[in-house]
Ligand binder design. Structure first.
Ligand code: FRU
Length: 482
């Protein structure tokens, strides 16, 4: 089975992890990503590069940053890009031995040549931070200064973001922690901090090592310290990780994340490619100061044709034969709509009249032996993706992913679902996100239905999606990286 996504970005071949340094520069989007150009497994990390003029269709570019003798000789880890004095400046973590330092490179007009600037390197972490817990610089501007926010672990006990300041983005001075994990449940080591203004507030996002999920905080930037006011889970369980934000020229703040493979390493390597990025999401705040995310408006341009979402005959749907395998969290009774496809954009709205579960079944075989379910459990206030039967392939993970979803019961529940072959992104009320991978083994695992176990008014719309990255589809020649 071909599990390559059609409109989510993946590397032309081999390994991809975090998005890095996404920037709009001279009329084009430039996307960089953690990349092993030699194998579909993590290691020998470079910065891969692709560019686009519409956020949808990506053109593969030569590798941007490669390890070389010096501070980054064992890897060019994650980082960010800003335009400093009219030139793109890449800030990234260099790896040498186990030690991490913050490195800098200046880009040319097409971002095809980068000149490393060893003179700017921040070689040592501040006291109390280990050299292996010092990575992922995020560059930002405030109050006439350049700042770097760097991911760290305070005393190998609490996630922390370190703050550096510079007048010229050349000569950096450590100030103090921008923010430290308030509780152990926020994580011991924070990777990929992003810190940016949104409306009247500042947003901090961090990812918890080892791949435990990501948090958002919204608050103020006061006296060079972050003071949070609201917080939440950005993505649980490491389903989407290493989120990276980038301002669009029209003022929107966009955000991408890495969606890792969820099957045995041998199965991944045999396919020759690994890892996908989320679609870009637009960020905003609600009136309570909570972070909202929705797929960027551009994604709708890939809608090809209405998905054939047919209202189901409730009587016949209720008589559907019981499904094989382990019991599922909800009966999945009360089918309201049926559809089919493996490359879909769906919008479903439930007005529930009781607290029984509702949701969608996707990528199901006609006998139900393979199926993935998105279920909302109103009593438990949980949204979950149930993968117990996602695939008959033993190499595929069966672990469920879930997130608490608090909601006003007077309001309808709105689900947005992007299914792109093995990539699944779900958002509830633009507030709670789940991302995961599924690998159905059967070619007839294309069926879907919308259900509500109890009485509910359900409306559903959907579209089949166009392929934005035709070169990635099986059979097409993958372009070689330079
Ligand atoms: C996050 C991360 C970063 C690091 C990079 C290495 O997934 O571990 O902290 O810079 O990946 O590839």
């Amino acid at each position: 089975m071909d599990h390559r996504p059609r409109f989510h970005f993946s590397a032309p071949r081999h390994w991809l992890n975090d998005p890095n340094g996404i920037v709009w520069w001279r009329g084009r989007w430039h996307l960089h990503y953690q990349h092993n150009p030699h194998a579909a497994r993590w290691g020998d990390i470079h910065w891969g590069h692709a560019s686009s003029d519409d956020l949808l269709h990506w053109h593969d570019e030569p590798i941007a940053l490669a390890p070389s003798a010096g501070a980054d000789e064992d890897g060019c880890f994650s980082g960010s890009i800003a335009i400093v004095d009219g030139r793109p400046l890449a800030c990234y973590t260099g790896l040498r031995g186990g030690a991490q330092s913050q490195c800098f490179a200046v880009g040319d007009d097409d971002l095809r040549q980068w000149t490393k600037e060893p003179g700017r390197t921040i070689a040592e972490p501040p006291e109390g931070v280990a050299r292996e817990d010092f990575r992922d610089p995020w560059i930002f501007r405030a109050g006439g200064w350049w700042y770097l926010a760097v991911g760290a672990s305070a005393g190998q006990a609490r996630g922390q973001v370190l703050l550096y300041r510079s007048a010229d983005a050349r000569d950096w001075h450590y100030r103090h922690p921008l923010f430290t994990a308030p509780t152990l449940s926020h994580g011991v080591m924070w990777e990929c901090p992003n810190f940016f203004p949104l409306g009247e507030r500042w947003v901090l996002t961090v990812s918890v090592w080892p791949r435990l999920g990501a948090h958002w905080f919204v608050g103020r930037f006061d006296d060079e310290r972050f003071v949070p006011e609201t917080e939440g889970v950005l993505d649980p369980d490491g389903g989407a990780f290493a989120h990276l934000a980038a301002p669009a020229p029209d003022g929107r703040m966009l955000q991408w994340a890495w969606i890792d493979e969820q099957r045995d390493a041998s199965a991944v390597e045999a396919d020759g490619w690994a890892g996908a990025l989320s679609v870009p999401h637009e960020l905003s705040l609600d009136t309570c100061g909570r972070l909202l995310r929705r797929p960027a408006a551009e994604i709708a341009r890939l809608r090809e044709a209405p998905a054939d979402l047919r209202p189901a005959d409730p009587a016949s749907a209720l008589q559907a034969p019981p499904l094989a395998g382990a019991p599922l969290v909800s009966a999945g009774a009360g089918t309201t709509h049926v559809f089919s496809g493996r490359c879909l954009d769906l919008e479903v709205e439930f007005r529930l009249r009781d607290r029984r579960p509702c949701g969608l079944v996707l990528a199901a075989s006609p006998d139900g032996a393979e199926q993935t379910r998105i279920v909302f459990l109103p009593e438990a206030r949980r949204l979950l993706i149930e993968r117990a039967r996602s695939s008959t392939d033993p190499a595929a993970s069966r672990q469920n992913v879930w997130i608490f979803h608090e909601r006003d019961e007077a309001e309808p529940l709105r689900l947005r679902v992007l299914l792109d072959h093995s990539v699944l992104e779900v958002q509830a009320d633009e507030r709670s996100s789940l991302s995961t991978r599924l690998y159905p083994a059967r070619p007839d695992s294309v069926h879907g239905r919308v259900f509500a176990d109890g009485p509910a008014q359900v409306s559903a719309r959907g579209w089949t999606m166009r392929t934005a990255l035709p070169g990635r589809v099986a059979g097409a020649q993958a372009p070689a990286n330079a």
